[in-house]
Design a protein around this ligand. Structure first.
Ligand code: ZN
Ligand code: ZN
Length: 461
């Protein structure tokens, strides 16, 4: 087995792994780097562009895993594109949205390489997408290669509990097996139940390490954290301030909306409209429509019925008063420029009545990360387009992660029992903590952190 890390940077970056097994070649994920622009945001496809990749398989529809799919398909036009059937309902919308965002960035930030692909290109490639149920074995090698190369290796999606449609990927070759976690959450979220990775066994494990640098206190519970969020929202609304919760359109938005719906139902916060983004609204509808296919809780909770959702368009946002006790659940989670969260934060930040609540990771080098770090009353550089800003509003962090805690990851390694563990999707200190913990607990395992472009050759044992 041969594996190449195509992430262009040493941080979480853009996920893409090249895998060769039994002479068959596969690409797992095709992300973009959220902090890089233009060509720099792409995985290192050039390193493998001469390889005859037979299939591209997707773990889930977040940008850092799927945002460069059309570019990958340009390199590998013969490849099948495989994903879960739930991701199949999402992927085209995600890619079309990317075209819109990139076009806006070209016009407003002058990034000439954008868009990296067009709406027409997305429409052209869509017919090759295939959706599969969880826990079904799929023969993924192309037929003409199979004739001379023996039977196809198999593939199977395992529910990863991270966002709608998310999966870990099992690849079974003739003599060896590989499991890639994708992004995984072992604990139940409000809607999605935790990953179903119980019977995963593999020779080689590729694992995410997002939270490897984060210790969770032993008395932490998600329930208590949600309670704290509910109380905090209540306080802000009482003083007639508004609450801005920046989050990803897929996954986090629906989990937060579910919490708001449950809080309103329980009378904890008053029933009132919730402002969301256009893409958040689309994904919320898909969460509702596909509820019957999903391993989830609150099965009968339909967000579009339980809540009065109002899509916030740009014009409306510019004219609207942001105070007066409103609830905004909008993108982007890290408040990148040209997003509703960025614009609203600029308008709310200087007013002590308002509140901005973070419910997920914000990289320190993003506007959201800088706002998180700013002290009360501090003037700081928010973003190139937003300029300097002074933080007077309330800012809080709530740990409602959709990623596995680091101790759970190390426990999982023990359950899978691989001879080789390959670490990715984490900052260097996060990967290092996980590597050291695995070495301490499982001294016989080989642990590798391949650098950008790094090759891992695994002899058949
Ligand atoms: Zn993700
Ligand atoms: Zn990710």
């Amino acid at each position: 087995m041969r594996i190449i890390n195509l992430n262009p940077t040493h941080d979480i970056g853009a996920t893409s792994w090249f895998v060769e097994i039994d002479g068959h070649k596969l690409l797992m994920d095709s992300g973009v780097h959220p902090k890089k622009d233009g060509m720099e945001s792409l995985p290192l496809y050039g390193l493998v562009s001469k390889e005859d990749v037979e299939a591209i398989v997707l773990t889930h529809c977040h940008h850092d895993h799927v945002g460069s799919l059309p570019v990958a398909i340009r390199h590998f036009p013969q490849a099948h594109v495989l994903m879960t059937e739930l991701s199949y309902f999402l992927v085209e919308r995600v890619l079309h949205n990317s075209v819109n965002v990139m076009t806006k960035q070209r016009d407003e930030l002058g990034i000439k390489e954008y868009p990296l692909y067009t709406h027409d290109e997305v429409d052209d490639i869509a017919p090759v997408f295939q959706g599969f149920k969880y826990n079904r074995e799929i023969e993924w090698a192309s037929l003409d290669r199979q004739k001379d190369g023996g039977p196809s290796p198999l593939m199977e999606f395992y529910d990863a509990g991270h966002a709608l449609g998310s999966a870990g990927i099992m690849v079974r070759g003739d003599k060896e097996t590989l499991f890639f976690t994708g992004d995984v959450c072992f604990q139940n979220q409000t809607i999605l139940k935790g990953a179903r990775f119980e019977d995963v066994k593999a020779d080689v494990l590729i694992m995410e390490t997002t939270r490897g640098n984060r210790e969770v206190s032993p008395d932490f519970t998600r329930e208590k954290e949600i309670d704290r969020l509910g109380n905090a929202i209540q306080e802000v609304l009482k003083r007639k301030g508004s609450v801005l919760i920046p989050c990803f359109a897929l996954g986090r938005t629906q989990e937060i909306l579910a919490e708001l719906a449950l809080m309103m139902k329980a009378g904890k916060i008053p029933r009132q409209p919730v402002y969301i983004g256009g893409l958040g609204r689309v994904f919320t509808e898909i969460y509702d429509l596909e509820a019957h296919r999903v391993h989830r809780q609150h099965n009968n909770l339909r967000l579009t019925q339980a809540l009065q959702l109002i899509v916030l368009d740009k014009k409306q946002m510019e004219q609207m008063k942001v105070g007066g006790g409103r609830l905004f659940v909008v993108t982007a989670g890290m408040m990148s420029e040209q997003t509703a969260a960025h614009e609203l934060a600029l308008r709310m930040m200087g007013d002590e009545k308002q509140a901005i609540f973070f419910v997920g990771y914000a990289d320190p080098e993003t506007p959201g990360g800088r706002l998180k770090a700013a002290k009360d009353g501090e003037t700081f550089m928010f973003s190139p387009s937003g300029g300097m800003a002074t933080r007077k509003c309330q800012v809080e962090n709530f740990d409602l992660t959709a990623h596995a805690n680091r101790d759970e990851l190390v426990d999982f390694v023990g359950e899978v029992g691989p001879h080789t563990v390959i670490l990715g999707h984490g900052d260097p200190d996060a990967r290092n903590w996980v590597e050291q913990s695995i070495r301490a607990r499982f001294p016989k395992m080989k642990v590798v952190q391949p650098p950008p472009g790094g090759v891992v050759d695994i002899p058949v044992e």
